[in-house]
Design a protein around this ligand. Structure first.
Ligand SMILES: Nc1ncnc2c1ncn2[C@@H]1O[C@H](COP(=O)(O)OP(=O)(O)O)[C@@H](O)[C@H]1O
Ligand SMILES: [Mg+2]
Length: 384
């Protein structure tokens, strides 16, 4: 007898990239009716053993991405440097792509991204485009400035501060953007979720504090400590970015507040982001949970915080390259208000993101105190 009831097929969703962002997405996927796929060229990557189907492949190659995405209902990315032509074709063939390939194309190249802010009257620092080092040399009157390579930079590696003429040789001999140096008071990130109906949910803004030398996040605190008027400006600018990108997905907008409380967009990531990791424990719906809701067509979740939070990134210590060992964890694990996340990367390298620790507390002083304690206690090294 043919049953009159048929079972609703589980949706199939893919992630391009198998790093820590994919890993944290998969940790949440286990709570939803979804079959998960990951593509990455290393089968020992952080996300490989948490997905239902691991596919070894190159996320920058058209054929690999197209074959991977063909049978899926939805696909997302955890890094911008993916083959967007393949994503375009998949989108045309009915696969839901988060973010849209059109939005990804704008964001992927820092030159195009800056031009997008300008064209849409979104406040951002003034800039000029340089094709090579010779063109950079002609911009002495534009200093002090920050030189950013158009394609291929990541985690500070494609960014050079150019204060003087002598610094110019540190610039990029490739198409780049030269931005006026902003007199930064605060760096803020705002994460916004957008669903297929273009409904939005905004997370409380985050204060990001940087390690100047490594150009990596030192720690971050949410909600950010900003006067209400500045907070409104920050949120309004972030919303304008997302609205003009005209795509569903999760977006992390990084902004500068300068010493006169002007707000400028720095850059946007069209994906889950380091500045939202605290939302796993500190907010009702984490950024990872939110992306699954968007991809699977469920209602958006609440972005409200349960408690204020800080996160400390665990990065590979200077002078250690090889199998990772985490010093100081037993001591930190005795604290009651902390959550440890180790990403499962086999090898550490100086400055490599190896994990993070979230602290939650009603008291801001307690967050800062514990963040500093963690920074002084935990070190990612190699076992002797
Ligand atoms: N126009 C600017 N003025 C001052 N500092 C800047 C400017 N642009 C970038 N920076 C500094 O460099 C850091 C890295 O730049 P960003 O464009 O965010 O690159 P990445 O892709 O490495 O995150 C920023 O977080 C900020 O501290
Ligand atoms: Mg950045």
């Amino acid at each position: 007898m043919i049953s009159r009831f048929y079972i609703c097929r589980m949706k199939k969703a893919g992630i391009l990239g198998g790093g820590q962002l994919g890993r944290m997405l998969l940790q949440v996927a286990a709570n939803y009716p979804v079959e998960t796929y990951v593509m990455e060229n290393d089968e020992n990557c952080p996300a490989a053993h948490l997905c239902d189907h691991f596919v070894k492949g190159d996320i920058t190659r058209f054929d690999d991405v197209y074959q991977f995405g063909k049978g899926l209902d939805a696909i997302t990315i955890e890094i911008e440097s993916v083959n967007e032509e393949a994503l375009c074709k998949l989108e045309q063939e009915g696969v839901k792509v988060y973010p849209s390939p059109a939005a990804l194309k704008i964001i992927k190249n820092k030159i195009v991204q800056k031009q997008f802010y300008k064209d849409n009257e979104i406040p951002t620092s003034d800039f000029v485009i340089t094709q090579n080092l010779l063109e950079l040399q002609l911009q002495q009157n534009f200093l002090p400035a920050v030189h950013k390579v158009g394609m291929g930079g990541y985690d500070g590696r494609g960014v050079q501060i150019i204060r003087t003429r002598e610094d110019m040789e540190k610039g990029f001999d490739a198409p780049s953007v030269l931005e006026k140096m902003v007199n930064i008071k605060k760096e803020i990130a705002v994460i916004v979720a957008v669903n297929d109906k273009r409904e939005t949910a905004v997370y409380p803004s985050v204060d990001m504090l940087f390690d100047q030398r490594l150009n990596l996040l030192e720690y971050q605190i949410s909600p950010a400590d900003l006067p209400e008027k500045v907070l409104w400006k920050v949120e309004a600018v972030a919303m304008k970015v997302v609205k003009n990108l005209n795509s569903a997905g999760i977006f992390a907008v990084e902004l500068f507040v300068d010493i006169n409380d002007n707000v400028f967009v720095n850059e946007t990531a069209p994906r889950v982001h380091n500045s939202g990791h605290h939302t796993i424990e500190a907010n009702y719906c984490s950024q990872f949970d939110m992306l699954w809701r968007v991809m699977l067509g469920y209602p958006l979740g609440s972005t409200a915080h349960i408690l204020p939070a800080a996160i400390v990134n665990l990065v590979g210590a200077e002078g250690f390259s090889g199998p990772a060992h985490y010093e100081g964890l037993p001591e930190i694990l005795q604290l009651e208000n902390i959550f440890v996340h180790i990403y499962g990367k086999k090898e550490t390298r100086p400055g490599r993101k190896m994990g993070h620790i979230t602290i939650i507390s009603k008291e801001k002083q307690e967050l800062i105190h514990q963040a500093n304690r963690i920074k002084q206690t935990v070190r990612v090294v190699c076992r002797q």
